[in-house]
Design a protein around this ligand. Structure first.
Ligand code: SDX
Length: 430
């Protein structure tokens, strides 16, 4: 626990007795009240959805929802997205700060030497229907990595933990591209180490063995790398909390990351980027926006890509993505009517009291879907790309957890069920 416990405690008075609850200050953000003393009072805290619960201490990412600030290891997200490569950011998430030139070279070399997957893993794909959702495939094959690295499986061994982080970050683009190729009935493309991380992903996604001189559009690669950075981590969100909870049992990291992928898939979380495009398709034209907004206000549907548990003014990632969206569409000469539709939705949402009262602003998923579509990524791959990028964040939290002692996560509950202590035989039951 952080050393700088504040002098002042919180006092809890319950059943006529006072309990002193220590308050601990962090570097930034709200202080926390240690509620362990509740046990002595015979009470538990109740906080559905973990609205005000901090189950961990972390040094990785800080979010100020009111100011719309997001820091990875203290670096502002817009500075990282506009000046650093994703792999540099991944290094910072894992090691605590951006790499120097030598550390960068060493890290990139390690990543490049682990981009391939065991050839037998290819057979796992054949078990899926061709029309399987790529996220269903990713949950399966990432979990299946547990079956290939028995020699570096000891989570208590720091070297095993480090090589696992490298393997996961290196292999996610390869597995993601394979899940797409499989759905297209096209041959898998082996990673090429003359391409950088984002270029390699584009190559494995869209090249075929016949493309001996395949060229990656640098605008697309740069936009994708920025999207990876913007999705790399986000504090204790649902999927990261899933990875930590799975990790707290001592489960192997591949299984933990597979659990994170499963949690991210939900439309309220990482599945929202795919849901945004489906929503724009459903609305169709700008003329249909007013009627759709009425359905939102009547709570028949949610405005996908809007709202956030933490950001209550704006999502700083959405701001960077909005700029990137304009740049990419202009550079590629794309006039996507979906962008016009998205702008109209945003304009109304930012002016309409229903959305303003509920702090419903565009979040990271609102623009990412439009950019991904513009650079040719199929909608079904949007959340796969989110999981690819978030792997560096997930594994950083898993490593942080293992860098110190931890307890198995075991929340309690408020029980409101029946009590039936006198057993009634079946023939006497009504
Ligand atoms: C991500 O946690 C993270 O950091 C996640 C993430 C990350 O990087 O890991 O940032 C990634 O998941 C971004 C969010 C992507 N999801 C969506 O875009 C789906 C649409 N958004 C909603 O489902 C919702 O806004 C959540 C889930 C994101 C947040 O929900 P909360 O904080 O639990 O808020 P809530 O559901 O209690 O809503 C408060 C009010 C309610 O209205 P009332 O019932 O009080 O009148 O706002 C309404 C909600 O009905 N509301 C919406 C809405 N989101 C909330 N109404 C219409 N459209 C929406 N999108």
């Amino acid at each position: 626990m952080a050393e700088n416990v504040a002098e002042n405690n919180a006092t809890l008075t319950v059943d006529g007795k006072d309990y002193q609850l220590p308050i601990t200050e962090g570097t930034l953000g709200p202080s926390v009240i240690d509620v362990a003393a509740f046990q002595k009072a015979g009470y538990w805290t109740y906080d559905p959805g973990f609205m005000v619960t901090a189950p961990v201490e972390s040094k990785i990412t800080f979010i100020d929802g009111g100011k719309g600030e997001l820091l990875y290891r203290g670096y502002p997200i817009d500075q990282l997205a506009n000046n650093a490569e994703y792999l540099e950011v991944a290094y910072a998430l894992i090691h605590g700060e951006l790499p120097n030139a030598e550390q960068k070279t060493e890290f990139y070399k390690k990543i490049h030497s682990h981009t391939a997957v065991h050839d037998q893993l290819r057979k796992f794909f054949e078990g899926f229907r061709r029309d399987a959702h790529p996220m269903a495939i990713m949950v399966g094959v990432v979990g299946a990595l547990s079956a290939f690295y028995h020699e570096s499986f000891d989570v208590s061994d720091e070297r095993h933990r480090e090589i696992t982080a490298i393997r996961l970050i290196a292999k996610m683009p390869t597995l993601a591209a394979m899940s797409y190729k499989y759905s297209q009935g096209e041959p898998f493309m082996y990673p090429r180490n003359d391409f950088n991380y984002a270029e390699n992903f584009v190559y494995m996604m869209f090249a075929t063995p016949a493309d001996v001189n395949f060229q990656v559009n640098p605008i697309i690669a740069k936009a994708l790398d920025k999207i990876f950075t913007l999705h790399a981590d986000h504090e204790q969100n649902a999927s990261t909390s899933t990875v930590r909870l799975a990790g707290s049992t001592g489960a192997n990291p591949y299984a933990c990351i597979a659990a994170g992928i499963a949690a991210l898939w939900g439309p309220s979380h990482g599945g929202a980027n795919e849901a945004v495009l489906e929503m724009l398709d459903e609305i169709g034209t700008v003329e249909n926006v007013p009627a759709f907004m009425e359905k939102v206000k009547n709570r028949e549907v949610k405005l996908m890509g809007f709202g956030h548990r933490v950001y209550k003014n704006f999502d700083p990632r959405a701001q960077v993505l909005k700029e990137t969206c304009d740049e990419v569409l202009q550079a590629l000469g794309i006039n996507d009517p979906k962008l016009e539709l998205a702008m109209e939705l945003e304009k109304i949402a930012l002016e309409d009291p229903f959305f303003i009262e509920r702090n419903l602003y565009p979040n990271v998923d609102f623009y990412s879907g439009i950019i991904l579509k513009a650079i040719g990524i199929p909608t079904s791959m949007f959340t796969v790309i989110f999981s690819l990028a978030r792997t560096s964040g997930w594994i950083s939290h898993w490593l942080e957890m293992h860098s110190e002692s931890f307890k198995i996560g075991r929340p309690r509950q408020l029980y409101t069920g029946e009590t039936r202590r006198d057993f009634v035989k079946v023939e006497e039951r009504k």
